[in-house]
Write a protein that binds this ligand. Structure first.
Ligand code: SF4
Ligand code: SF4
Length: 157
């Protein structure tokens, strides 16, 4: 079993304070992605520990439930990389994509063509993906999410 504590420590160092824009994108949307409640949650990556309340879905996915507030440094990895995702192909090649599952929620996805994202953030998400892909459980998780993102991309354009 991988040493997940070390793995996520390293990942958190890589992401640091980086965010998709150099400015706070929450002013655009009233922090739409942080309107959590009892019925929604952010998926935890394999082996990721959260100080938030965690619930398990029927298919065994663990969700961190936040009710719209968290200690920023301890927010789940899904929140740190949102609205991007380190997608993978079958050869374990990592490529960073907008997470099309967030298209209806996040103005950054809707208006991505007009936005200059912070390249340091995008590079950090790619580095994170390259670390995750080396762990088999994380690779499977990345694959599953990539398939979902592709499906949403195909439906929503
Ligand atoms: S929904 Fe998108 S634009 Fe709004 S705070 Fe979240 S990431 Fe930023
Ligand atoms: S855990 Fe924090 S960053 Fe993530 S959705 Fe909740 S309030 Fe927002």
């Amino acid at each position: 079993m991988a040493n997940y504590e070390k793995l996520y420590e390293k990942i958190n160092e890589i992401i640091g304070d980086l965010t998709p824009l150099k400015a706070d994108c929450g002013v655009l949307c009233g922090h739409a992605c942080c309107k959590g409640d009892e019925n929604t949650g952010m998926r935890l990556f394999p082996g990721e520990i959260s100080n938030l309340k965690v619930k398990e879905t029927e298919d065994g996915t663990l969700l961190a439930v936040c009710e719209g507030r968290c200690n920023r440094n301890e927010r789940p990895l899904s929140c740190k990389i949102f609205p991007f995702f380190p997608c993978v192909d079958g050869d374990k090649k990592v490529y960073v994509e907008l997470d099309m599952r967030a298209k209806r929620l996040c103005p950054l996805v809707e208006h991505a063509d007009e936005i200059r994202f912070d390249p340091r953030f995008l590079r950090a998400v790619e580095r994170v993906g390259k670390i995750l892909v080396k762990d088999e459980k994380c690779f499977e998780f990345l694959m599953k999410n990539t398939e979902e993102i592709d499906m949403f991309g195909a439906l929503l354009g």
